[in-house]
Each structure stands twice: as structure tokens, then as C-alpha cells.
Design a binder for this molecule. Structure first.
Ligand code: CP
Ligand code: NVA
Length: 306
């Protein structure tokens, strides 16, 4: 069966743990190597990854390209606006064609449903590189970063402060599978989708009070208040007043709490310079870990096909 990586909750706990362990191992095994040297096992040797972007990207674009090279394969990258997809060619027809030409497809899409439609007809693995609903690759890198600095994620408390958005949804999906507790603090009108929240079960709690969420937490995470595709910038800035992560809020967390942000950050809005550039911030390790985590995802996708 073709292994797609569309959302964290579609994986078994065992597979998710396996992907994270492989990410840690791959990172450790190539310490000090030049970025372009393939891993010893080169699990994507001779394979081609297509990357399709409907939205802007820095980290996802470069990390997937570096990742497939380090796995021994190569990439073809296209902006959807330059493809016939951008002129209305059906998603399914695009999927059928790319399935004949490449060995896997990573898509960053406006609509989550489009990625689901693509995957339904694709005969090669499809990886979700961010949609309006979720960002599963991002939170793999986040969890990997937490584990590198603070040990296993199981039993930890993670506080999400800000918008109940796509990245927040993927954190929610991961919590019950990996056994950590997620406290989400967001303004009442910007809570996570209720279907996604339900997937978190008892592992996730919701409040409108950032201090309540952060109290004693091991990790504090935030993201932009205005995601790609969100139009109501002024309205959002007003609604999120009081939800910025600053030194005062970090003080309420555990003494050794760390700070994460998927980036790009809007300094002075959801996070202060002092926090993101401060000693508790792990954002640059987090960004680097996108490569290692996605290598493990791609290796997992390819492992079913041989
Ligand atoms: N965090 C993240 O996905 O960054 P990009 O939008 O730059 O890919
Ligand atoms: N929530 C943000 C994440 C960017 C990586 C967005 O969707 O724009």
C-alpha cells in the first residue's frame, strides 16, 4: 500500500515513534558532514521527489530539497501558479500525471481537501507540506527539538499560545499518540477546529488564559497570528492582544522551559525579540530539524514500496 504522510493522526503510535527515532539517528550519524553528502544507506537512491507550492515557503522548500539529496535522490520544484494546476487542471489529473513521472510528491496547498484529493488517486506517496488545516512535518521537527534538549516528549507539558491554527492542529494530533499534554491558550474566536480538538481527547486542554496554559509548562510554543490565507490582519492583531510571548510569560513556565516557533516570526507581535533571541529559544535547531525529520518521513514513505 502507498504510504502517504498527510496528517499525524493517520499514523500509528508505533510508526510515529519510529519516524522520530529515525530522524534522531540520521541527524547523529551525519554530524559534521557537508550538507550534500548522502546518508550511508541512501534510502531514496534513484528516486525523484516533486514539490508543488501553492503558498510561499523558505524552510519547507529548502529542507525538503536538502532532505531528498541527503537520502540519495533528487527533487523537481514547482510553484502551482506556473503549473496547469494554476489554470484549473483538476487536482486528480495532476496527481495521475505526476505519479507517472516521480516517486513521491510533497504539496503545500491552500486547501487541505486538495491534498486529500491528490492522495486519493496518487500511486506514489504524498506528503503534506502545510495546508490550511495542518502542518505535520513542522511538529515532527518541533518534537525532535524538544527531545534533543529535554529528553523524551512523553509526560511533558507543552503550552500553545496564540492562534488555534494549522500548526496547533498538528500538535493536537500528536499529543495522544506520543503521551504528552498540550494546553492551548487562544482567544475564544480563534480556537482550534473542534474536530481536530476532539482527536486530542484528554491529552489536550483549552483555555483563553495564556498564563494558565503556560504555568509550569516544559515547552512554550507560538506561531503567527495571521497565517497565509488569513485576510483579517487588523482584526486579528486586536483579538490577539495579550497573547504575545514575552519574558513575563516565559517566567510562568517551568524554570528550564524552552521556546519554539515554526517561523517565520513576527517579532513584536506573537513573540518579543528578547524571547526568540534569548537563551530558552530553540528556534534555529527547530528549523534545522525540518531536514532530519523530513528525511525520516520520506524514508518511511519509500520503505513500503520496495
Ligand atoms: N515553518 C515553515 O513551514 O516555514 P516556511 O513557510 O518557510 O516553509
Ligand atoms: N501558520 C502559519 C505557518 C507558516 C509556516 C501559516 O500557515 O502561514
Amino acid at each position: 500500500m502507498t504510504r502517504h504522510f498527510l496528517d499525524i493522526h493517520r499514523l500509528s503510535a508505533e510508526d510515529l515513534r519510529g519516524v522520530l527515532d529515525d530522524a534522531h539517528a540520521r541527524k547523529a550519524a551525519r554530524k559534521g558532514w557537508p550538507q550534500g553528502r548522502p546518508d550511508a544507506d541512501a534510502p531514496a537512491k534513484d528516486r525523484v521527489l516533486a514539490m508543488v507550492f501553492e503558498k510561499n515557503s523558505t524552510r519547507t522548500r529548502f529542507s525538503f530539497d536538502a532532505a531528498i539529496r541527503q537520502l540519495g535522490g533528487s527533487a523537481i520544484i514547482a510553484n502551482a501558479g506556473d503549473m496547469q494546476l494554476g489554470r484549473g487542471e483538476p487536482v486528480e489529473d495532476t496527481a495521475r500525471v505526476l505519479s507517472r513521472m516521480v516517486d513521491a510528491v510533497m504539496i503545500r496547498a491552500n486547501s487541505h481537501e486538495d491534498v486529500e484529493r491528490f492522495a486519493r488517486v496518487s500511486t506514489v506517496p504524498v506528503v503534506n507540506g502545510l495546508t490550511d488545516r495542518s502542518h505535520p512535518c513542522q511538529i515532527l521537527a518541533d518534537i525532535m527539538t524538544i527531545e534533543e534538549h529535554r529528553g523524551p516528549i512523553a509526560g511533558k507539558t507543552v503550552a500553545w499560545v496564540g492562534d488555534g491554527n494549522n500548526v496547533c492542529h498538528s500538535f493536537i494530533h500528536a499529543a495522544p499518540l506520543l503521551g504528552f499534554h498540550l494546553r492551548v491558550a487562544c482567544p475564544p474566536d480563534y480556537h482550534p477546529d473542534l474536530h481536530d480538538l476532539a482527536k486530542g481527547g484528554d491529552s489536550v486542554s483549552l483555555t483563553s488564559d495564556p498564563r494558565e496554559a503556560v504555568a509550569g509548562a516544559d515547552v512554550v510554543v507560538t506561531d503567527t497570528w495571521v497565517s497565509m490565507g488569513d485576510g483579517d490582519y487588523e482584526e486579528r492583531l486586536e483579538a490577539f492582544e495579550g497573547y504575545g510571548v514575552d519574558d513575563g510569560l516565559m517566567e510562568a513556565a517551568a524554570p528550564d522551559a524552552v521556546f519554539l516557533h515554526c517561523l517565520p516570526a513576527h517579532r513584536g507581535e506573537e513573540v518579543t525579540d528578547a524571547v526568540i533571541d534569548g537563551p530558552r529559544s530553540l528556534v534555529w535547531d527547530e528549523a534545522e530539524n525540518r531536514i532530519h525529520a523530513q528525511k525520516a518521513v520520506l524514508a518511511w514513505c519509500f520503505s513500503e514500496r520496495d
